[in-house]
Write a protein that binds this ligand. Structure first.
Ligand code: ANZ
Ligand code: ZN
Length: 803
């Protein structure tokens, strides 16, 4: 027997698969399809990380199994290659970002190939390829033509270090998601996409999908649908109404003051009447430096200024109440104004305490100040005029009816979701195919002029004014208006990183199409993606954005499914050995190349699947890697005990059928860890027995193949098992043979379980009683009394009645 030499074997089979296009998916096929998708990587300069292979292996296992089950499987890979790190690297090292990208992709691809994933490489895509981004631009034009892309002066989140505008999603805890720098606000004219128009559908259509619960919850929370009412408060001595949004119209009798956002237009409008305008203005200037996150943090000390010279009237109590400005009310949510109910809202309570404002409880026993009960969702209304005595729920609907009837307000639904800021003032992104003409405004390029290529620039540095580097390219910027032919200027902002990934799964179905983003036939056949696995960090960004684009493409008849992905799962992170996130600075990074070199790709794959529950984060362990290598060594040695025989060994029959059932189900449910444990146990039985038939070994190798594709192919060949493994069919099991013949049943005495016995399934009553009586605990429990009854419920329980 030869030694197990993964480096030789693995290369050999990878070349074989390449040469035979083993994993090529067919577009014109009568077979049932299965589309498995993993998030395509950003080809960074660091190369592959051991975190990448975890999800890739998990769906590789599913893909390999499904192929052997007779399905036409599409399992593609590509590159999400526009983005800041590449641009920053290009700036620093004075290399064109396209070249940096090309080099990084080469490196990534080599690494991925060395791990033996069954990707269909003939469908590789790259978002920075003009043949690809032509269609990203095409989709943008459709959005524009349908009124879903518009330009707006927006206070945006600005990262002073990256010199780039960030979407809310890219601001984490008030800091830039990429570099960690504190984000400030800045007003810029930005391209926006109207994702809010799809808010309801993005929530409702989740019901028909097979997404894991935490993804569904996070998406719903992010969209943040809240139902309530708009209420109009009058300004004293004016016709003006101040509109607020509240989810609790029932608490209106407790509204003792109002708070408006420091940016609220009311202040400008009544500038002349307001006595302390300067004070308000300087407060506003302070506030503008803060992010929304900081402003609304619960624990923060409350600040604010009362507006002198303006008062509001509570429409129900008809009392005159003060109006304040405070940073905790955001201009970007609801109407930018609230009625403050300090007795039942934490922020209002702290604010009222600090500034000595009236606090009037309106729900019995659920005052914020009485910390014993702060649940305001139930209880009886008090101090509340027409609502007195009503339950909260009833009070809400009663108040809404009252407000509507008296023209004081209306039912209202609000969303936390904001429109998507779609411009970046950077070079390395898709150019936005729009021209600005003094006469015609924003004019789309004609579709024949796509792709609009990124021009070559000398310098990729963003300008200090925050304009894109493209703005310095006057030759490129100055153009003619596609509509009237007069001089016009090109848009110099580029698209954000999320653009290319918002539709890439469509391109995989037909990646070389020049006429359309993909052919109708290809889309009809392959969509939706049957199973998409990706990181939880992409739940509110990529996953939501791509669902939005897909729904739009559905509306305009480009795709035939409402949703892009039928099923969504997510993996836990692989941490460093010290349980911390792997990072260069912590010095705990493991390079997959080293593991492949020292132990082999099959060991890496096996270890990443055996390491723990797929959904949970888990620390890396070199010992665990060694354990998996030892397992594969034992598998390698099994070739010594294989003898001729085209049937399963009689005494392994049950164990093999059980393994087929368990492994098949486990793979299907992302439980490869327990599947591998089952195969370890089966291989032990094989070696204990000392002799197995070829058929025994065939079943075992096929089951292990999705996890360890190289060693299993090699053993198949070495043992002369016929053909090549990947062309075999997945083994079937016989349910009857998987059922354990031995079962345990409890024995009760006067209704209490005293011990259990092991019996053969379907034994006769007499045999069962005999076994029970022979147990030493039987006489002890009879305890000298008379046995008056013995009741046996087959395969379930034996009841003994003593008196
Ligand atoms: C009165 C009230 C009484 C409120 C009470 C809450 C509890 P969600 O669920 O997040 O939609 N609010 C409205 N607009 C706001 C803004 N621009 N900035 C800050 N807060 C704002 O929350 C809705 C509630 O948040 C609204 O209902 C309003 O306070 C506040 F016992 O009105 B409520
Ligand atoms: Zn024009």
């Amino acid at each position: 027997m030869n030694k197990y030499t993964p480096n030789e074997i693995e290369k050999k089979w990878q070349d074989y698969w390449d040469e035979h296009e083993t994993f090529k998916a067919e577009n014109d096929s009568d077979k049932e399809k299965f589309y498995a998708l993993v998030e395509f990587p950003y080809p960074s300069g660091q190369g592959l990380h051991v975190g990448h292979p975890r999800p890739y292996t998990a769906l590789d296992i599913v893909s390999r199994m499904k192929r052997m089950q007779g399905l036409n499987v599409l399992y593609p890979m590509g590159w999400d290659a526009f983005g800041l790190p590449t641009e920053n690297y290009a700036i620093k090292n004075k290399i064109h970002p396209a070249i940096v990208t090309k080099n990084n992709i080469e490196h990534f691809k080599k690494q991925l190939k060395s791990i033996g994933f069954s990707f269909d490489w003939s469908r590789e895509i790259n978002t920075t390829d003009p043949e690809y981004y032509k269609w990203t631009q095409w989709i943008f034009l459709q959005l524009f033509k349908h009124g879903l892309a518009y330009k707006k002066e927006m206070p945006i989140n600005w990262c002073p270090s990256c010199k780039v505008g960030l979407s809310n999603e890219e601001v984490v805890g008030g800091n830039c998601e990429r570099c960690g720098e504190e984000v400030v606000r800045r007003v810029k004219s930005q391209w926006m996409l109207k994702i809010t128009e799809y808010a309801d559908r993005l929530i409702e259509d989740l019901d028909d999908l097979d997404f894991i619960d935490r993804v569904v919850t996070q998406q719903k929370n992010w969209i943040g649908k809240s139902e309530g009412a708009s209420i109009f408060f009058s300004l004293k001595d004016h016709k003006e109404k101040l509109e607020v949004f509240t989810t609790r119209p029932d608490t209106i009798y407790g509204a003792t003051y109002m708070v408006i956002s420091p940016e609220h237009p009311l202040i400008q409008k009544y500038k002349d009447e307001i006595e302390n305008y300067d004070e308000l203005n300087s407060y506003k200037e302070e506030v503008e430096k803060k992010s929304d996150f900081e402003r609304t943090e619960l624990s923060k000390e409350k600040t604010g200024v009362e507006i002198k010279g303006l008062k509001a009237i509570n429409p129900l109590t008809e009392k005159e109440i003060p109006i304040w400005i405070s940073d905790y009310v955001l201009m970007s949510y609801g109407t930018g104004a609230i009625m403050a109910v300090p007795a039942h809202d934490d922020r209002d309570y702290e604010f009222a305490k600090k500034f000595n404002l009236d606090i009037v409880p309106v729900i019995e026993g659920s005052n914020v100040s009485e910390s014993a009960n702060t649940d305001t969702s139930t209880g009886k209304m008090i101090n509340s005029g027409i609502l007195d005595g009503l339950e909260v729920k009833k009070a809400i609907s009663t108040m809404i009816d009252y407000l509507v009837e008296h023209n004081l307000g209306e039912k209202k639904i609000n969303y936390k979701l904001r429109d998507w800021v779609f411009s970046r003032q950077r070079y390395w992104g898709e150019p936005i195919p729009i021209v600005h003409c003094e006469e015609c405004g924003y004019v789309p390029l004609s579709e024949e002029d796509l792709p609009l290529l990124l021009p070559e620039v000398e310098n990729y540095e963003p300008t200090d004014s925050g304009e894109s580097p493209l703005s310095k390219m006057t030759d490129w910027v100055n153009t003619t208006c596609p509509k009237c032919g007069k001089p016009a200027k090109r848009e110099t902002d580029t698209m954000p990183q999320w653009a290319g990934s918002s539709w890439y799964f469509l391109r995989y179905t037909d990646p070389h199409n020049n006429e359309a983003l993909a052919s109708k036939d290809a889309l009809d056949y392959w969509m939706p993606v049957d199973w998409y696995n990706g990181g939880m960090e992409h739940t509110t960004l990529h996953l939501l954005y791509s669902r939005f684009w897909h729904k739009f493409l559905y509306d305009i008849g480009v795709v035939n499914t409402k949703e892009p992905y039928q099923k969504r799962t997510s993996h836990g992170m692989i941490l460093g050995g010290n349980n911390e996130k792997m990072s260069k600075s912590r010095g705990n990074v493991v390079n997959p190349d080293d593991i492949v070199r020292d132990y082999g790709a099959d060991t890496l794959r096996c270890y990443e699947m055996f390491i723990g529950d797929f959904e949970k984060p888990v620390p890396w362990s070199e010992n665990g890697v060694k354990g998996c290598r030892r397992f594969l060594e034992r598998v390698w040695n099994l070739q010594e005990i294989v003898v001729d025989g085209d049937k399963y060994s009689e005494d392994l029959l049950s164990e093999i059928h059980k393994s087929i059932k368990k492994v098949t189900n486990d793979y299907e449910n992302l439980k490869s860890n327990t599947a591998i444990a089952q195969l370890m146990s089966l291989s032990n039985e094989f070696s204990d027995k000392g002799k197995i038939t070829k058929e025994d070994f065939r079943a075992f190798l096929i089951l292990l193949n999705p996890v360890a594709p190289h060693i299993t192919e090699e053993l198949w060949q070495v043992c002369d098992l016929g053909g090549v493994l990947n062309e075999m069919s997945w083994p079937e099991y016989n349910e009857e043979l998987t059922i354990d013949n031995k079962i345990e049943i409890p024995v009760q005495f006067n209704g209490k379980v005293r011990f259990t016995i092991e019996i053969n399934r379907d034994s006769l009553q007499d045999e069962v009683i005999k076994i029970a009586e022979s147990n030493e605990l039987f006489e002890k429990n009879v305890d000298g009394k008379n046995v008056v009854k013995k009741i046996y419920i087959p395969n379930k329980i034996l009841n003994i009645v003593v008196k």
